[in-house]
Design a protein around this ligand. Structure first.
Ligand SMILES: Nc1ncnc2c1ncn2[C@@H]1O[C@H](COP(=O)(O)OP(=O)(O)O)[C@@H](O)[C@H]1O
Ligand SMILES: [Mg+2]
Length: 353
C-alpha cells in the first residue's frame, strides 16, 4: 500500500498544453475518484500515474519514491480499463493468472493467487470458462482479478463500468467498493459520472480543462462547492442557477434576478448591488403557499419523487419534491426556498461568495 503525490504536473502534446499544474495528494488506502467531463484530462493523469504517458513537468511519487523516470512495470501498480482486454482464447483462470505467468512465478503461487482472487470476486465456478461465455459484469470481474493477483501498491481504474448497462453498473459499483474495503489498497478511479464519484469516493477530484477545480469528500463538495462549475457538476438533478443581484428593499435584503424574480437571500457580507449567481438545488425546494410564484412548464412524476419544471420569464427553476403533485402547464406554482440552502457565487469570477 502507498500514498501517491501528484505535484504541479504539466502535460504537453507537442505545442498543445493539456494539463496545467495539477496537484493531488492521495493518502495510503484512500479511494480517490477523478471526475470531470470528457476531455478534461482524467485518463491522461491516470496514464501518467501508470507511467504509460510521460509527464512534461512536475513530479509524481508513489510511496516515498519519485517515479517520473520509473517504467510502468516497476511502479507496482495495476490498471483496469474500460475495455477489459481479456484474452479470448484463454480461460478465466489463465486470464487472471497471466501477469504471474509472465513474471515466471511458480505454479503453486499462481494457483493460490488465482483461486484467492476468484474467491474474492465470486468467479470460482467460472475458472474453466472462456470470456465469451461470461456476462459483461463477470468479464469486468476477471479484469479486476488480473489486477488483484499482482497485489499492487495502487489500483488504477479508467471508467471500468462505462460499457455495462445501468443496473449492472450499480451492482459493480458496490462490488468495487466492497473490494476496496476488503483489500484496503489505494485506488485511483476515473469516471465522468458524478453519481459514481459521489457513491464510491473517500475523496473526489473535480477536473475541468486540465485543471483541478476542487478536491474534497463527496458531501463537502455537495454542501460547499467552490464555484459554479463544481456546483453544477456534483448533484443530480443539477443545481438551478439564476443570474441577478443583491437588492435592498427598505432594509430587507433580497436577491432580484435580471428578470425581476425576487428570491430569499442567505446571510452574506456582499454589499447591496453586488451582481451574483444564485444557486439552489432542486431537492431543496418545497411547494408551499408562502413560496415564490412561478409558472409550471412540465411535471414529471418518477414514483418516489416529482420533478416540477417552472419558469418566471426567462428564469428557469426546477424542484424535486417528495410528494406527488399535479399541475397543468402554465398554472401557478409556488416554490419555497430556505435561505440556508442557497449558494451565492460571484457572477464575474463564478467563485463561491
Ligand atoms: N495522444 C494524444 N495526443 C494529443 N492530444 C491528446 C492525446 N491524448 C489526449 N489528448 C488530449 O488531452 C486532453 C485530455 O484527454 P483525456 O485525458 O483523454 O481526457 P478524459 O479522459 O478526461 O476524457 C484532451 O483534450 C485530448 O484531446
Ligand atoms: Mg478518458
Amino acid at each position: 500500500m502507498a500514498q501517491v503525490k501528484i505535484d504541479n504536473v504539466i502535460k504537453r502534446y507537442g505545442a498543445v498544453q493539456v494539463m496545467h499544474g495539477v496537484d493531488v495528494d492521495i493518502n495510503d488506502g484512500e479511494f480517490v475518484v477523478l471526475v470531470g467531463p470528457s476531455g478534461c484530462g482524467k485518463s491522461t493523469l491516470l496514464r501518467m500515474l501508470a507511467g504509460l504517458e510521460e509527464i512534461s513537468d512536475g513530479t509524481i511519487s508513489i510511496g516515498d519514491r519519485v517515479v517520473n523516470d520509473v517504467p510502468p512495470k516497476e511502479r507496482d501498480i495495476a490498471m483496469v480499463f474500460q475495455s477489459y482486454a481479456l484474452y479470448p482464447h484463454k480461460t478465466v483462470y489463465d486470464n487472471i493468472g497471466f501477469p504471474l505467468k509472465m513474471a515466471k512465478r511458480p505454479q503453486d503461487e499462481i494457483d493460490k493467487k488465482v483461486t484467492g482472487a476468484a474467491d474474492i470476486l465470486d468467479l470460482t465456478k467460472y475458472l474453466k470458462r472462456y470470456p465469451k461465455e461470461l456476462s459483461g459484469g463477470q468479464r469486468q470481474r476477471v479484469a479486476m482479478g488480473r489486477a488483484i493477483v499482482r497485489d499492487p501498491q495502487v489500483f488504477l481504474f479508467d471508467e471500468p463500468l462505462s460499457n455495462l448497462d445501468a443496473k449492472l453498473r450499480v451492482t459493480m459499483r458496490v462490488e468495487i467498493k466492497e473490494l476496496h474495503q476488503r483489500l484496503g489498497t489505494t485506488i485511483v478511479y476515473v469516471t465522468h459520472d458524478q453519481i459514481e464519484a459521489m457513491t464510491m469516493a473517500d475523496k473526489i477530484v473535480v477536473m475541468r480543462d486540465g485543471r483541478v477545480e476542487q478536491i474534497g469528500a463527496p458531501l463537502d463538495l455537495y454542501d460547499n462547492p467552490a464555484n459554479i462549475f463544481v456546483a453544477g457538476f456534483i448533484g443530480s438533478p443539477s443545481m438551478n442557477f439564476v443570474h441577478g443581484q443583491i437588492v435592498n428593499d427598505g432594509g430587507v435584503r433580497q436577491f432580484r434576478s435580471d428578470n425581476g424574480l425576487m428570491l430569499p437571500l442567505p446571510h452574506t457580507n456582499a454589499a447591496d448591488g453586488t451582481k451574483v449567481t444564485y444557486g439552489i438545488r432542486p431537492e431543496h425546494i418545497t411547494i408551499s403557499d408562502h413560496g415564490v410564484p412561478l409558472r409550471v412548464i412540465v411535471v414529471e412524476p418518477t414514483g418516489s419523487e416529482t420533478q416540477v419544471f417552472a419558469k418566471h420569464g426567462t428564469d428557469f427553476i426546477d424542484a424535486m419534491v417528495k410528494d406527488r403533485f399535479k399541475a397543468a402547464p402554465n398554472s401557478e406554482v409556488r416554490f419555497a426556498i430556505d435561505p440556508a440552502n442557497v449558494h451565492l457565487f460571484d457572477r464575474a469570477t463564478e467563485q463561491r461568495l
